[in-house]
Design a protein around this ligand. Structure first.
Ligand code: KG4
Ligand code: ZN
Length: 394
């Protein structure tokens, strides 16, 4: 059984083909993600209208790529799934309408998927995690601790009363003049900072229920920043480190409460599963590792490649280039120039210097091997082989 999945709830246009084997296990045959970071960066956050229009421009190419990579055809699909919310309404409409159209034309069933439920069940696909497990979902819009007992059988053990964790990272970044998306920037700054310099609160600590509250922490950070303005680079790094440490402590404390509630209401969890962009944060990953170790349960972290947009930056270019949609903004254009300059450079350099071409060839071979899009990998590998043949011919 093959299902095409479409995701357009926020700032990524994504399509994947998933196969269900005869053993009942799912397998991801393709997963194409087109990030819109370049389009929103100048505004310091996701602009819903720009997001919706960018989805419209890219969705058909993303779907075509996903189907091609999976080696199947529209006719061979058993159904079309799309994230039907929660999410930015303009984007959701684009993905859902596209899915409805494909379902109508091909006569296949349409499956509307709840965005959060998809997060909750992803570990089943990627790691075949058995039920019941404890899910820690931390994204830009949601922070939840869920008991996942089966498909459609979830108990919400904790949620945020105000800001989501990713949102708190993004707002902190904005306050400190760092770019979007904020989480990775705050994490980067925190590496060089002193986490003990500012005494920030750990909201909800030691409460029995497993809820979060982050707006007080955010306000405390703002007051500290205002008190020492103008900020030096060191101040920014220390503020980021102190903020991140406070979040890490909160996550540890709240998840301990969540796991206790889990045991009381659902028995022993098979694993602690993390989902959402915040799970890319190394300090948060480390504390989840510690927590799972102390609780004596397995930790399932989503594959790193699915969380990092940076690695995927060449994907949009590949798609845009193939479709001749270079007009999609200077940022996209510069990625394209960089990509093609990189791939053509070794061939051009063969004529100039053998050493330089070997160096460039090696760099590109590394880039190609790290590229998650299969067609780009194949094309890149062919270019490297062509370059090596030219060197031999010299
Ligand atoms: O799950 P996600 O990609 O999108 C949704 O919100 O659905 O999560 C994005 C959020 C953003 O708020 C971003 O700042 C945060 O995840 N994030 C991080 C890191 N990478 C992404 N937060 C902290 N540290 C990171 N390394
Ligand atoms: Zn999400």
């Amino acid at each position: 059984m093959l299902v095409l999945g479409i995701e357009t709830t926020c700032d990524e246009t994504a399509a994947a083909v998933v196969e269900r084997g005869t053993d009942g296990r799912g397998r991801i045959l393709s997963n194409v993600v087109l990030s819109q970071i370049g389009e929103h960066a100048a505004f310091g956050g996701v602009v819903p209208e720009i997001a919706a229009r960018a989805h419209v421009e890219a969705i058909d190419a993303v779907i075509a790529e996903a189907v091609q990579q999976a080696g199947c055809t529209m006719e061979s699909l058993s159904g079309i799934a799309a994230a039907a919310g929660p999410g930015l309404i303009g984007g959701v409409i684009v993905g859902l309408t596209t899915a409805k159209s494909i379902a109508l034309v091909t006569g296949k069933p349409l499956i509307a998927v709840n965005h959060l439920e998809a997060h909750a069940l992803t570990a089943r696909l990627t790691d075949h995690t058995p039920f019941p497990y404890c899910l820690f979902l931390a994204s830009g819009g949601h922070t939840q601790i869920l008991a996942v007992r089966g498909v459609g059988d979830y108990v919400r053990l904790g949620t945020t009363m105000d800001d989501a964790i990713g949102e708190a990272f993004d707002k902190t970044a904005k306050l400190l003049g760092l770019g979007y998306p904020g989480g990775p920037q705050v994490e980067q700054e925190a590496k060089a900072g002193n986490p003990a310099r500012f005494a920030l609160p750990r909201p909800m600590q030691h409460r029995k229920e497993a809820d979060f509250s982050l707006s007080g922490l955010k306000t405390a950070l703002r007051l500290e920043a205002e008190a020492i303005a103008p900020l030096s680079n060191e101040d920014v790094a220390d503020l980021c480190a102190s903020f991140q440490q406070a979040v890490v402590d909160v996550v540890y404390d709240r998840l301990r409460a969540g796991l206790k509630l889990f045991r009381e209401s659902c028995g022993a969890p098979a694993a602690l599963v993390a989902a959402g962009g915040v799970a890319a944060n190394q300090a948060i990953r480390a504390i989840l590792q510690k927590l799972a170790g102390e609780a004596g349960i397995a930790l399932v972290l989503p594959p790193y490649a699915y969380l990092r947009d940076g690695v995927l930056v060449f994907k949009p270019m590949w798609l845009y280039w193939r479709r001749g949609l270079i007009g999609g903004g200077m940022q996209v254009f510069s990625y394209g120039v960089a990509l093609w300059a990189m791939t053509l450079a070794p061939i051009a350099l063969v004529a100039a210097s053998r050493e330089a071409s070997v160096l460039f060839g090696t760099l590109i071979a590394i880039a190609v091997l790290r590229e998650p899009l299969r067609s780009a990998r194949v094309a890149g590998a062919l270019l490297v082989v062509a370059g090596l043949m030219l060197i031999r011919l010299q």
